[in-house]
Each structure stands twice: as C-alpha cells, then as structure tokens.
Write a protein that binds this ligand. Sequence first.
Ligand code: BDP
Length: 588
Amino acid sequence: MLYPRESETRELKDLCGIWEFKVDRKGSGRRERWQARPLVGTIPMPVPSSYNDITQDSSIRDHIGEVWYERTFVVPASWEGKRVVLRFGSVTHHATVWVNGREAVSHKGGYLPFEADISAFVSYGAANRVSLAVSNVLDGTCIPPGKVVADKYEWGTVTWQDYWFDFFSYSGIHRAVTLYTTPRAFIEDVTVRTDIKGATGIVSCDTVVGGGRRNVHLRLLDASGREVASGSGARCTLEVRNARFWAPGAAYLYTLEVTALNGGSVEDVYRLSVGIRTVAVKGGRFLINGAPFYFKGVCKHEDADIRGKGLDHALNVKDCNLMKWMGANSLRTSHYPYSEEFMDLADREGFAVIDESPAVGCNFWDRKEFYKPGSDGVKRLAHHVDVMRDLVARDKNHPCVVMWSVANEPASDHPSAREYFRRVVAATRKCDATRPVTMVMCRAVQKEQAGDFLDVVCVNKYNSWYWYPGRLEIAEPSMLHELRLWHKRFRKPVFLTEFGADTIEGFHSDPPVIFSEEYQKAFYERYCAMLDKLDFIIGEHVWNFADFLTKQGITRVGGNRKGVFTRQRQPKMAAHFLRERWTKMETS
Ligand code: BDP
C-alpha cells in the first residue's frame, strides 16, 4: 500500500488535530447508532495520540471496549470527479469508520495502515463527518493475542483484559489521518527491487495502475534531481551506471518518479525514495551489498509520556540522533510495525531495520492450541498471514528493511507451533523473496520447532537478570554455552536480539547490585566480552533503547526500566559504555 504523497496530480489534506471523543461505557454505541448524528457529551482528544494518558480519569485509561472519535472536514468542490481516499496510518487495535453515517471501512489490528475510497460517501464543497469506533479488546484470534477475563468472587466480579506482552496496550488513533485524491485511473502500487552488478545499480519496478489501463513511464533521479535512468512499462528495469548504493551509515536515496499516461497526457504521478542495495545470508554471514554486516543497535518501542504510542516526529528524529550518537547501525521494530514516517527516517538516516510483525505474547495460555483445528489459533494463523502480507505491502520498498521478523518469543517449543510457523514463514517469503526471514526465539534450544525455517537464528536471553539476578559472573560462561548450542543445532548465523537489565537512573551501587546503573553497565560489559568470543554472531541489539510503559505489575516500577536511555531520552551509564564500544567497532 502506497504512502499518501502529494504530487501535481494528487492533493492531500491532513486530518490530524483535536477530535471529539467519547468512551462507550455501556457498549451501546453501535446499537444506538452513534454514527448517525454528531456525538454528544464529548471531550477533546488529540490525534495522533493514544487516549490513555491524556485525561486525569483512570477509568478512561483502563477502559476495555470501544471508544468513539469524530470530526468534521470539508471536501473542496474542486475534488468532485476524483478518487477521494480516507487513510489511517494506524488505529490500535481495531476500528470501524463511518463517513456521514455510512460505514466506509473496518480494520482488525493496530500498527498498520488502512484506507477507503470515500468518493461516493462525501458531499463536495461542504462539511462531512467521520466517526470511528475504536476497540482495544484482544482475543485469541488477534496478534498480539489476549483474553478478556471475568474473575468471579463471592463479593463480585473483576473484569480485565489479559495479554502476555510486556508493554502497555495503548489504544487510539495512533498515526496520521489523511484525506487524499488521485485521478480515477491511478498508480495503485509500485514494487521496487534492487540489485548490484559491479558499479551498476539495477532497479526493477512493477507498477499496478488501478481504475483503467494506462501506459507507465519511469524516471530515476539522483539526490540532486538529475535523471540517471528512465524507461516505460508496468514491468520495467532501470540501470544506473556508477550508482551510489544505500548502506547502513551511508544512506543514499534516489527518487523514482512513476507516471501513468493517458495517450500523451499525464494522468497520475507518484514519487518514492529508492535505495539501491542487496541483502543476503550466505556463508554464515549477513551480507549487505555483498559485504558481511554486523548489527549493533537497539530494540525500541513507540512509547512516550502523555502521547503513548502516538506518532511524534520530534521524538522520532531525537531517537535517530541518539542512535547515531551511540554508534548504532540498526534496530528492530520490537514488537510491531513502526510508523511509515519512522521508516522513512531510517531510510534517510541509514539504519538497517529488522521489521517485526505484532505477533508478540503468543505464549503461555494457548500453548497447546497453537495450531489445533477449531481453536482460535487457526483464526489467528489466518490473521497472522494477512498481517505479514500487509506489512510487506507497506514496507517492501524501504531500503532500510533488511529482514522480516514474523514473531517475538512465541511458544515455538510446542510441536503445534511447527506447522503454524512453517505457514507464516512460507507466506512471508511468497510476498517477498528478496529479504531474509527470521523469528525471535527464547525457548529451550532443543525443543525449538521453527528454527529450521529461518535464515537467521535470533535469540533473546537474560542470564544474570531473570536467570540468576545479581550473579554477573554467570553471564559469560552460561551465554557462551547457550549461544553455541543454538549455532550447533541450526548451523545458521546467530543474532542476540535482546539482553538487558532493569535500571533506575540515579541509583548507584559499587560493587554493582541489580537495578543500579553500575550493574547495567557491568552487565553489558560482560555480555559484549562474551559476544566478541563467538565468530558465528552477526549482531547485538540491546533491550531496550529507552524505558517504556507496561501494564501495572509488581515487577514493573513505572514500567520496564531496561532502557539505556530514560523514557525522557537521557543516557544512563550503560549508554556511554555502548557508545564507547560501537563508535569504535568495525561492522563489515
Ligand atoms: C523479553 C520480551 C520483551 C520484554 C523483555 C523484558 O521480548 O518484550 O520487555 O523480555 O522482560 O522477553 O524486559
């Protein structure tokens, strides 16, 4: 799905700002058709933002069920006759959208965009109303999965949303809302694949035109706007002599200009950035542009004070600057797809990205039902495959994306997980044959069911934290042993995708004790010394870039504190150690 961009044939209207908001406390909104007339009794709510931390009312923060959003917008009279599309960057976790009371689109799952052609729903040159019912309910068919639990006691019933992922289940309209136009015959999709032959960059483009048959013309422009290649046809390969390649830490972007022509006249124009690069896993190494690449970097979260998981350009640019400051060359979008705007920044700033699906917390409660006929697991599998398809459709043209991650820490040690992940990985490869596929594992190596489907063995492990807290001396021998076992069993490159220790900034202790800044620093020193002894390791990503909010629990003091930066993005001691290490490290 293309990102909405304006051009000489496309107009764009930003619908972000303050929307009307109302919690559906009785779950009666749909029955009472709240979409039929303007909502009453609303409060202001910023978009994009999670709604949870905006008010002083914990019953809003902790509401389980639907909330409603609404606003009006004017469609210019000049837009009549064009395709008018309403697009949401993401609404978490589920949404139904009505325009002037008519249902326009429904979407299951947060973190990915969806849109609807609303040309036939709107009045031109007049005000229109958009209403949304947004649900945060997670069940066994969702990714991430969850379960609404009603615990019955003699004194009453406690209802709560259970889920098994370690971040707060923020909800709301999290990313941009955009109204845009295209001509009736329009560029619907573009798929770019790049290759390198000597000094020549090969750019293969598949263009889909919707709403009519049109000729396609392509131009590739360098960063100064000079045309370096051109061609025609829905399938077209461009060659760039003496190309500049995209690489982590040395990003170079061309602009691909795609034009749909009606006879001799221009009907639609769409432009996107293209980075020419190759990725491959070969000979036990991860190769970018044919050279071995070592990942040094972080796992992140979309998370901040007040706005929760709402898109925040200031935060995104700051985070990129902090990653550069510490010498990171890569990150994983743990544990869901990040905003398209962030992916654009990663292209531009030159970070290699492991792009992860929202399949996190697929563990514990349904271990035996991973793929049992008739269970929620079967429905979740179908949804999981849809999500991988949508993720690839959204991110396939980003040079920064060097690998897909289909899940984080599922119960993949259960035999039923084998068939489940065989299908998810195969479906992902079918959507994109150009990138390696992985899954982040954490169960017992000998029981792992899905490791042989993957290109890279990604492992999370927390020895000297969850295992033997305070015992820093066990980190090195135990991790050396375990990582060797992963390598021995699968004979594939191994990536330590998570390791970390909760740390309260300003809490000091020497000798180090857990939760102190000294402990976190020593923890990373030990792990890094250990990693340097293993030649099959292709990367180290620390958990986590910054502190982040989780659901309330007795092991979480104001959230997960494993950040090497605080939630406000100030460095803890460990960040300085990593900076020392990574800024000096050769990575290819
Ligand atoms: C890992 C999970 C991550 C958690 C982390 C932790 O992948 O989501 O936040 O543990 O407990 O197992 O800090």
